[in-house]
Design a binder for this molecule. Structure first.
Ligand code: BTN
Length: 283
């Protein structure tokens, strides 16, 4: 845990602010209408905040329920990967949403969360924030955050969607598995100073609240437009790796479902629903 000390050393006890986003610390910071303090759950350690949020949602937890852990022992990433989740340095947060959406449109919420995350970091003063399709947040080309969206459906449609966000805040390269060290970064590495996690989390939740509200009122169009601005993806040469094939081409559009359309070198138009996309540079 990092304790952030504000004010002169003589006043430490009165002004010491904890860096851990417990319910007590977060309550005065949760000023929006969706993510309220009575729906905020903090755990020192969890297997996965997405797993815990899904359990709460299945038990009837309301939209706007937030699950945060200081550490995850089985943090989940996309495509069955693990999410490195050491204690006391980063943010691991999952929110419960109950949107009126077709299941096939749920991926739009991943893009929405990417927009909220990008705005949070830019407002925090972080330079060079870029979204990489569909849900990686890059700082100077290195991954600082990821989003894992999972949903439960029944015959009537979506029961709930869990949007899980992992943000590397104060973690150092040495905290990461060897294979990730040259591809990952954190806010602290980018800003050259430690970041206090509770106000950062509050800003992220306020951004999610704002964009989810707009999404509810205006649909996907404004999110899509903002996502395109934050990704600067269209027109770029990209490499695409799917489970069973790899190809390269040019990113030409993001469709209404949030899928990426890639004009392949062989002339075919590919609609990328899931997979890994890497930027190869401007054509
Ligand atoms: C990715 O692969 O880029 C997505 C990573 C998502 C990680 C977050 S951390 C909070 C939430 N709980 C999890 O188990 N995963 C997500």
């Amino acid at each position: 845990m990092i304790d952030v000390v504000q004010g002169p050393a003589t006043a430490v006890d009165a002004t010491r602010v904890t860096d851990t986003p417990t319910a007590a610390v977060m309550a005065p910071l949760l000023t929006g209408s969706l993510f309220r303090s009575d729906r905020y759950h903090f755990f020192p350690v969890l297997a996965s905040t997405n797993q815990q949020a899904a359990q709460l949602a299945q038990a009837g937890a309301a939209e706007g329920t937030v699950v945060v852990a200081d550490q995850q022992t089985q943090g989940r990433g996309r495509l069955g990967r693990q999410w490195s989740s050491p204690a006391g340095v980063n943010l691991y947060c999952s929110v419960v949403l109950r949107p009126t959406l077709l299941p096939r449109d749920a991926a739009q919420l991943t893009l929405l969360a990417g927009v909220a995350l990008a705005h949070t970091l830019t407002e925090w003063g972080v330079a060079g924030v870029l979204i990489k399709w569909p849900n990686d947040l890059l700082l100077q080309g290195r991954k600082a955050a990821g989003i894992l969206t999972e949903m439960r459906t029944d015959r009537s449609g979506i029961q709930h969607v869990i949007v899980g966000i992992g943000l590397n805040v104060n973690g150092q390269a040495a905290d990461l598995p060897l294979e990730l060290r040259d591809r990952a970064t954190s806010l602290a590495e980018s800003l050259h100073s430690a970041v206090c996690r509770p106000p950062l989390l509050a800003k992220l939740l306020a951004q999610l609240d704002h964009w989810y509200g707009r999404f509810g009122r205006e649909g996907f169009a404004p999110v899509r437009q903002e996502w395109l601005a934050c990704s600067r993806l269209l027109g770029q040469s990209v490499g695409v790796r799917l489970a069973d094939e790899q190809f390269s081409g040019q990113a030409v559009a993001l469709d209404a479902d949030g899928c990426l359309l890639v004009q392949r070198a062989d002339g075919m138009l590919a609609r990328v629903v899931a997979g890994d996309v890497t930027l190869l540079g401007k054509e």
